[in-house]
Design a protein around this ligand. Sequence first.
Ligand code: NAG
Ligand code: NAG
Ligand code: NAG
Ligand code: NAG
Ligand code: NAG
Ligand code: NAG
Ligand code: NAG
Length: 454
Amino acid sequence: MLKETRPDSSPLSLHKHKHVLVKFAVSFLLMGLAFRLFFPDSFFRFSTETTNASLSDPKTDSPLPLASSPDQSPLPLDLPENEIQTFQNETEEAEPEPEQEKCDIFKGDWIPDTSGPRYSNETCRVIESHQNCMKNGRPDSGYFYWRWNPRDCEIPRFDPQKFLDHMRNKSWAFIGDSISRNHVQSLLCILSQVEQAVEVYHDEEYRSKRWRFPSHNFTLSVIWTPFLIKAAIFENMDGISTSETQLYLDKLDRVWADQYESLDYVVIAGGKWFLKTAIYHEKDTVSGCHYCPGKNLTDFGFEYAYRKALELVLNFITASKHKPLVFLRTTTPDHFENGEWFSGGYCNRTVPLKEGEIELKDVDRVMRDIELEEFEKAAEIGSKNGVVLRLLDTTRLSLLRPDGHPGPYRQFQPFSEDKNAKVQNDCLHWCLPGPIDSWNDLVMELLVNGDKYQ
Ligand SMILES: *[C@@H]1O[C@H](CO)[C@@H](O)[C@H](O)[C@H]1NC(C)=O
Ligand SMILES: *[C@@H]1O[C@H](CO)[C@@H](O)[C@H](O)[C@H]1NC(C)=O
Ligand SMILES: *[C@@H]1O[C@H](CO)[C@@H](O)[C@H](O)[C@H]1NC(C)=O
Ligand SMILES: *[C@@H]1O[C@H](CO)[C@@H](O)[C@H](O)[C@H]1NC(C)=O
Ligand SMILES: *[C@@H]1O[C@H](CO)[C@@H](O)[C@H](O)[C@H]1NC(C)=O
Ligand SMILES: *[C@@H]1O[C@H](CO)[C@@H](O)[C@H](O)[C@H]1NC(C)=O
Ligand SMILES: *[C@@H]1O[C@H](CO)[C@@H](O)[C@H](O)[C@H]1NC(C)=O
């Protein structure tokens, strides 16, 4: 990696943009800064990751007791081995719901649900400390008691036993940034009701990890690749950037592409890193940039790079001889109110919103539109090549959950010493347990009944 120490350019110059209104160009900038805070490597370094002690990393601080074992309620193992291939058919028979064909499972409301979370900070050992809201002292717990209810159909709760049975001998990866990590941790926690995962790999910075479920011969990984394409990132562990990101718009990030053939299921997502200042490279030369005043480069805007990146990624997927089932997850909204992360923005709501009570921020709308367009194109090509792509369109349902973020409880007991302490809010990642658990219900539903929703 190149080592450059050039400081960031001043963020005060005007940012002109062709396609996006200038009024929110400023917010891109601020967001760019915000994501330095919220996506730095340091987020993952101090994970409370615990597996068998021998496999845990010695550098990881691990305040969670290792003794707690999950509630192992015996779930029926009702699927003989030879039926595993008939996952789809068997489930359709089990739940004949002819009306479901018209259902958009991503459209609906959050409704009260007394059943509560499926795991807790006590039963799940892999919750990132910054998302462990229970442990960190978040006082309210109302946000646990809501269920996503699609308008025109019911979706069942994720069944971890069934999932693991069907994942026998399979390999599954979440590919993306720290939101993908948040998502994989939710899945690990849900699955921990049935079997504890054993961590078998982590990269140097604990950003990419792999776990095994030995009794199911199932491998689950998270691959950290915030841009999905080749990038040189000059951020230290504290998220301080020493130089602009160099983005190679015509080269995939080999970190995931080289593993692709070993994967049976993939949940891939791009996202907010594209909002940061970046220099764009194409055909081995600098072609432009996003927010680089004083550089005498054409500012293409982040949409240009995001579209190119998704196009490249999806072209790779649809052209590959290897054909895992691929989910493309849409962008996740943040909920900073009355400011940004650095200017006192917070997210202290305690109940979900209803549709119409909140608008998607412009950046999220732009990103999701690009995702939908590129998905449609790729799904079309994929359908001719036998590649199955599913859209995991979690943006809007997540938008209705401003109550699901850690806020100040990204830190351990932030107000224990000073009730009025000024602490950093995280209104982007999700508490675990929390609304992000519902993303897995949707993954499960698409896995089982995906054909219905195309
Ligand atoms: C992990 O620990 C459990 C008991 O806590 C043990 O049964 C299992 O064999 C261990 N797995 C590995 C890979 O060490
Ligand atoms: C599912 O059922 C259809 C007929 O309804 C059959 O053609 C197909 O092979 C079955 N799929 C599997 C995986 O068994
Ligand atoms: C879980 O959270 C509760 C507060 O909700 C706390 O008292 C407890 O110590 C936490 N347990 C662990 C293992 O962190
Ligand atoms: C899993 O792999 C083992 C060993 O190759 C094989 O015996 C078993 O039938 C496989 N199970 C499934 C469900 O593919
Ligand atoms: C585990 O799954 C892999 C395929 O992913 C298979 O090659 C291997 O034989 C399986 N091992 C066992 C013990 O079932
Ligand atoms: C900016 O770039 C253009 C074309 O690359 C060049 O002609 C021009 O001299 C540059 N301007 C400055 C101030 O460097
Ligand atoms: C959220 O915080 C703001 C500012 O501190 C306060 O005015 C508001 O009442 C709080 N709302 C809730 C639901 O606690």
